[in-house]
Ligand binder design. Structure first.
Ligand code: F6R
Length: 606
């Protein structure tokens, strides 16, 4: 999740671009860079570290010009370093890129044979080289860019300039990019907050759009070179609203970002055709020696661990023990040298989870963290780290971090299963194919957000909720109940559905909404029995299922149909309507959704 900005106009590009990068700092980054066109020459500066350092370099040197591009990078391919920071240059073409090029290795091999030399470890560097290869074959700048884009697989938001041309070119595919329209000047940005202080007139580029900026004009074409029309929209966003992408709260924005966040988690790691999952960033011990895995975390991240246990045990037949981080070390866990300890944390700074990692290290086990925040303690100090790539999560209630954590655990299970020969390459390909469809399936749930809002209106006045689920959906109802209590302050309890008759059934009457997740899997019949018990006590059932003809469909009060997926991935889908339900109820009740009372985003005390 990098940040991109660009400018073509009448003013000093440097100041505008550095200011725009500063405004994206809240998203996090590890390096930054800038390129400015001046009378047929492009000056480039890039470095590991902060934008303020870049500002100093630019101020001290001969940077000047009215066209430029700039970037903040959050490392995916290659470590954070000056060499890997953007912009990347080949010949006289300079590029900044957000996204991941999946076929960069093939392209690099081909371009190397044509004599191109690569200086970085990034996927991005193939883009300027590819453009240069077309320029060398006699294509003009725009054509060279268009033909190159047609060869890229993966996702991109791009800003491109060239010494021999005065133009700025931008393009997008599955990675956001907007054009800001000023007075005879244009901006590009991956996120509106970067430029909202300069203009409120935007063109929202769509996939496969290419925008060509010349003196005071912009022309949009598609990948076939045909002109496309996009309207200029006037937004009324304040700075704060721009940060929320026009959503009322960060939490809602982050719920809606889940399709993209999961795509980013997958990109670069799944090699479907080879039936492989690749974690370049990971130094692993000998996986064949691992007899047991421990998964330890707090809160929402702990729920992801519970799902991880299901995945590893059912797909790999490796025993997994989960624990709440604040309990783990006090019960003197029997850790053995060949165990693996997986620590899951959005922030990477949760004190109890850090203490659990230290406990594991003290006892000599391999520690692996699953983190969202680069440079955080768990990311730095664990023996290995897998980043979730969810992008900054600002709402206190965790949403996209959770679904990307499940995605990472799923991918890691595939990686381990393939390495140990417990999952065949063709099964890995099948699993990869399933998870690749998840972002589209989540999108279809998000498209029904209005329906869930109506359901929320119907139930917002109740003060107690019960949530029931079985198997892999037990953690998802725990998560749904946690969301409701933390942002709406409504009491919500979740149970494994089979446990209901061991106590909680006493609570059920006409004032108790009961949220039930009941997909058509091996738990179906048993859950039907539980629903029957709730209905006969006049409880109000809200059912989520992937079976439109569920046998309880006509008997429950509210019925919501989820897209179908494999058992292992059901929680990623079933949790999304639960997040939305909690959000809309809290919003109707007028609570402080993004900063609920008594809660902190990162719990750094034990
Ligand atoms: C709930 C929530 C918390 C966190 C928990 C762990 O919405 O956000 O329960 O999941 O505090 O935080 P991380 O994942 O940062 O270790």
């Amino acid at each position: 999740m990098c940040g991109i900005v660009g400018y073509k106009g009448k003013s000093d590009a440097c100041g505008i671009l550095i200011d725009a990068l500063k405004r994206l700092e809240y998203r996090g980054y590890d390096s930054a860079g800038i390129a400015v066109w001046n009378k047929g020459k492009i000056e480039v500066a890039r470095q590991k570290g902060k934008v303020d350092e870049l500002r100093k370099i630019v101020a001290d040197s001969s940077f000047a010009g009215k066209t430029g591009i700039a970037h903040t990078r959050w490392a995916t391919h290659g470590t954070p370093s000056e060499r890997n920071a953007h912009p990347h240059k080949a010949g006289d073409v300079v590029v900044v890129h957000n996204g991941i090029i999946e076929n960069y290795i093939e392209l690099k091999d081909r371009l190397r044979k044509e004599g191109h030399k690569f200086l970085s470890d990034t996927d991005t560097e193939v883009i300027p080289h590819l453009i240069m290869s077309y320029i060398k074959k006699g294509r003009d700048f725009v054509e060279a860019v268009r033909l190159s884009l047609k060869e890229l697989r993966g996702s991109y938001a791009l800003g491109i300039i060239r010494e021999a041309d005065k133009m700025l070119i931008a393009a997008r595919k599955e990675s956001p990019l907007i054009v800001g329209v000023g007075n005879g000047e244009y901006y590009i940005a991956s996120d509106a907050p970067a430029i909202i202080n300069r203009t409120k007139r935007f063109i929202f580029l769509e996939d496969d759009d290419i925008a060509v900026f010349a003196e005071g004009t912009v022309k949009l074409i598609d990948l076939e070179g045909k002109a496309v029309k996009r309207e200029i929209r006037q937004v009324q966003w304040s700075d704060a609203m721009a940060e929320k992408g026009g959503f009322k709260h960060f939490m809602l924005k982050e719920i809606f970002e889940q399709p993209r966040a999961i795509s980013e988690t997958l990109i670069g790691r799944v090699k479907e055709e080879k039936g492989q999952v690749d974690f370049e960033e990971l130094k692993l011990p000998d996986l064949a020696k691992i007899k047991k895995i421990w998964m330890v975390a707090c809160g929402t991240s702990y729920h992801a661990c519970m799902i991880g246990k299901h995945l590893f045990e059912s797909m790999l037949r490796i025993p997994v023990e989960t624990d709440i981080a604040s309990e783990f070390r006090y019960r003197e866990p029997i850790l053995k040298e060949d165990d693996m300890l997986v620590l899951v944390s959005q922030s990477g700074e949760t004190a109890d989870t850090i203490a659990a990692m230290k406990e594991g290290k003290k006892r000599g086990v391999y520690t692996l963290s699953v983190c969202n925040v680069l440079g955080s303690t768990l990311a730095r100090d664990a023996d290995g780290v897998i980043f979730t790539h969810a992008g900054p999560e600002i709402g206190v209630a965790s949403t996209k971090a959770f679904t990307t954590q499940i995605s990472v655990l799923f991918l890691f299970a595939l990686h381990m299963g393939k390495t140990l020969g417990r999952i065949s390459a063709s099964d890995v390909s099948g699993y990869i194919n399933e998870i690749k469809q998840v972002p589209h399936k989540i999108q279809s749930i998000l498209d029904a957000s209005g329906l869930i809002e109506e359901v929320a209106r119907k139930y917002m006045a109740y003060r107690n909720f019960l949530y029931l689920g079985r198997g892999v959906n037990y953690p998802s109802v725990l998560e749904g109940a946690l969301k409701l209590k933390e942002i709406s302050y409504i009491h919500a309890e979740a149970y494994a559905a089979g446990e209901m008759k061991h106590g909680p059934i006493a609570l059920i009457d006409e004032n108790m909404p009961v949220v039930v997740v009941s997909p058509h899997d091996h738990t179906y019949k048993k859950t039907c029995g539980n629903v029957e018990e709730v209905i006969s006590r006049r409880g109000r059932v809200l059912m989520l299922t992937d079976d439109p003809s569920h046998e309880m469909a006509d008997r429950v009060e509210t019925f919501f149909v989820l897209p179908r997926t494999i058992y292992a991935l059901q929680p990623i889908l079933s949790v999304v309507p639960l997040q939305l339900l909690a959000y809309h109820i809290a919003n109707f009740l007028g609570t402080d959704v993004d900063q609920p009372r008594n809660l902190a985003k990162s719990v750094t005390v034990e």
